[in-house]
Design a protein around this ligand. Structure first.
Ligand SMILES: [Zn+2]
Length: 145
């Protein structure tokens, strides 16, 4: 499971949907693997604005990977302040500001780094979602659905 994935996951238990404790899910007994994928700078750049940086930082800290993650979202540096900027101008600003080096580092963290065995644990209800052979099982047992 790519580290990127966990940024888009919440606990499936109904009563957890409204709890701030249920996000992000917390890795436990995580076994990491570097699994190099083709570097796609455009993909990384586009996904940046959709990431929850504080959740990502939590994930990095829990896995002991804090050094791999910039301390803030590089997308925040690219804010175009002139209100009349077109989409195209904003996109160009992105191209200019985020260096390939930063994007590569993010690619390594978000896409190349995978958890192959372990659990994701909900901070609200404590439910443990197992991860086996890189695949997370997010099905709930019948009594929780
Ligand atoms: Zn939960």
């Amino acid at each position: 499971m790519k580290l990127l994935t966990v940024n888009f996951l919440t606990c499936a238990v109904k009563t957890c949907k409204t709890s701030s404790e249920s996000y992000p899910l917390h890795f436990r007994d995580a076994q990491l693997e570097q699994n190099p994928q083709t570097f796609n700078p455009l993909f990384i750049r586009n996904i940046l604005s959709r990431l929850d940086w504080s959740a990502l930082t939590t994930t990095a800290n829990e896995l002991g990977l804090t050094a791999m993650l910039p301390d803030h979202n590089p997308a925040d540096d690219m804010m175009v302040d002139s209100e009349g900027a077109t989409e195209e101008e904003k996109n160009r600003a992105k191209d200019n500001v985020i260096s390939e080096e930063v994007l590569k580092k993010l690619h390594t963290f978000l896409v190349d780094t995978a958890v192959i065995e372990g659990k994701l644990v909900c901070g609200n209800c404590g439910f443990e979602y197992p991860i086996k052979e890189g695949v997370g099982n997010f099905l709930l047992p019948p009594h929780l659905v």
